[in-house]
Design a protein around this ligand. Structure first.
Ligand SMILES: C[S@@+](CC[C@H](N)C(=O)[O-])C[C@H]1O[C@@H](n2cnc3c(N)ncnc32)[C@H](O)[C@@H]1O
Length: 504
């Protein structure tokens, strides 16, 4: 049936300028109207060709089609809880569905992921790759839209979080609630008999937790071993999310410091019960509206640089790749998550430093020898990086002054190594994409103080040179200005990122 006109209404919160631009692009891509007219708080489309797809739009809450006011799916997602509780939020909700299961630094904004799927026409049944999938935002958004997705991440905690999110989408909330009951019954039986061992893992955890908390943590972990998959992983991830709060580390600090702030008032076990209950409650609301997903999307604990050597890769099989890559001087993911990583037995305490140094963008060299090697690589451009990257890193190196500390002195070679690692990662993605398909990246801009001066590191631009070198075409580079959405003083809160889109 042909429709002459649709009115679209924005969500009830403020938008960044780039979100408004993305909104127009997704309208073009999904609904292909003859004309778009922007009004105050609405947009009118004339003769949209696929008007039934209005419900996939990310940035609109409702559409008026022939006197009927209809909700978008995104509106329902973002308001699952609030609608039922009759309080509509004035903020964009980024923790809907299972997105809020575990904190993870540098998470994607889920709306941006979904809008990119819409803009690039990714459909149910298409296959996407996220080479740095972190906590799995792109995998979850794909699952919502019945898109197949595979993610890789070098951090085993990230992978466990991502897979627990997908498992939750597939798991009936009622079953999870029943298993929660068994989980706490088993915990109650075990908790008084726990004797802490003296192995290196326990010694390590002892240094970071009050003894009574550690005993409870160990009883919880033991209790999950009697619970079926995937509920046990979901419970472990929920506990993991609370560990720092109850540890002797300062929870708010990105670096590892001894705690100054008081412990939370709520007892540890009560907080865990509470977290599980609110997660199950949210899942119940979500599943009552959208059902159970049965998605096979999976994250693999892999270094993307060696993806090509692995069994799971299927050469040239992906229809789209999307990612937010690590920064040039990455966040200390492993460091700040070490309590979870060790408690979950994902790594030994002695491996923390090593894993941290393997992350692309790591701030460390494993050994002094390594630093010297990369310094030579940089000065002779031994790895044949694009000349603009070589020149940039050399310029940084020449700006160093004697008062710059050893970390600063390592920066030029660390950056050179970062761009080389990204080249290897891009090559992996290139090999896996079907011809003519797109690879979208959201990349942050960085800066550093070197030789007493502020120097911009235009990572997005430098990464486009890397992409071009291995054969990608640059389809677009769009700056995403992200003024602090709710801050009063927006001028000094500009965080800028760019969307880069490559085409194979
Ligand atoms: C900005 S985060 C991605 C966050 C993700 N988009 C999300 O929503 O949670 C970058 C990720 O790159 C991962 N990473 C760094 N080096 C890697 C490598 N060589 N192979 C795979 N993943 C890597 C880090 O562990 C981190 O999770």
């Amino acid at each position: 049936m042909e429709i002459n006109e649709i009115d679209l209404f924005w969500h009830n919160y403020k938008f960044f300028p780039y979100e408004k631009k993305f909104a127009l692009r997704e309208i073009e891509s999904l609904l292909t109207p003859k004309n778009i007219e922007e009004k105050g708080n609405s947009i009118t489309l004339k003769f949209p060709q696929n008007h039934t797809l209005f419900n996939k739009l990310v940035y609109f809450s409702h559409a008026r089609i022939e006197e009927n006011l209809l909700e978008t799916i995104q509106f329902q997602y973002e308001n699952t809880l609030k609608l039922h509780e009759k309080a509509k939020s004035k903020r964009q909700n980024t923790r809907y569905s299972v997105h809020g299961l575990h904190e993870y630094k540098g998470k994607f904004n889920p709306q941006v992921v979904k809008v990119l799927y819409n803009i690039f026409g990714i459909k149910p049944g298409d296959k996407i790759l996220d080479p740095f999938c972190g906590s799995g935002t792109s995998l979850v958004e794909a699952a919502h839209s019945h898109i197949d997705a595979l993610g890789t991440d070098i951090n085993p905690l990230a992978v466990m979080i991502a897979n627990a999110k997908i498992a939750s989408l597939n798991m009936p909330w009622r079953r999870l609630l029943d298993l929660k009951k068994s989980f706490f019954e088993i915990f109650d039986r075990l908790k008084d008999d726990i004797v802490l061992s003296n192995d290196t893992r326990t010694q390590y955890l002892r240094s970071w937790f009050p003894e009574d908390t550690l005993i409870k943590m160990e009883a919880l972990r033991l209790a999950t071993s009697s619970i079926e998959e995937p509920a046990n992983s979901i419970f472990l991830i929920i506990v993991s999310n609370l560990l720092r709060e109850y540890s002797l580390q300062e929870p708010s600090d990105l670096r590892i410091r001894r705690r100054n702030s008081p412990f939370p008032e709520k007892p540890f076990i009560a907080a865990i019960e509470n977290s599980i209950d609110s997660f199950v409650h949210q899942l119940k609301r979500f599943q009552s509206d959208f059902g159970i997903m049965s998605s096979k999307n999976t994250a693999y604990n892999l270094d993307i640089r060696i993806f090509d050597e692995k069994e799971i890769k299927q050469k040239e099989s992906f229809d789209f790749a999307i990612t937010s890559p690590p920064y040039a001087t990455a966040l200390p993911y492993i460091d700040t998550q070490r309590l979870s990583l060790v408690w979950l037995n994902l790594i030994n305490a002695s491996q923390i430093k090593e894993l941290e140094s393997e992350l692309i963008g790591s701030r460390e060299f494993k050994m002094k020898l390594e630093q010297e090697k990369w310094n030579t690589n940089l000065h002779k451009n031994k790895l044949n990086l694009p000349e603009s990257i070589h020149t940039f890193c050399k310029k940084l190196s020449n700006s160093l002054i004697s008062s710059d500390g050893f970390r600063k002195k390592a920066l030029p070679s660390l950056l050179y190594r970062y761009f080389y690692d990204m080249e290897v990662a891009f090559q992996s993605v290139y090999n896996q994409l079907k011809p003519e398909k797109y690879f979208a990246l959201i990349v942050g801009h960085n800066h550093t103080m070197i030789g007493g001066k502020r120097t911009e590191i235009n990572t997005p631009e430098l990464l486009t040179f890397v992409g071009e070198k291995i054969g990608f075409q640059i389809e677009e580079v769009t700056k995403l200005e992200a003024y602090h959405r709710y801050g009063l003083n927006s001028s000094n809160a500009v965080q800028s990122e760019s969307l880069i889109v490559f085409k194979k």
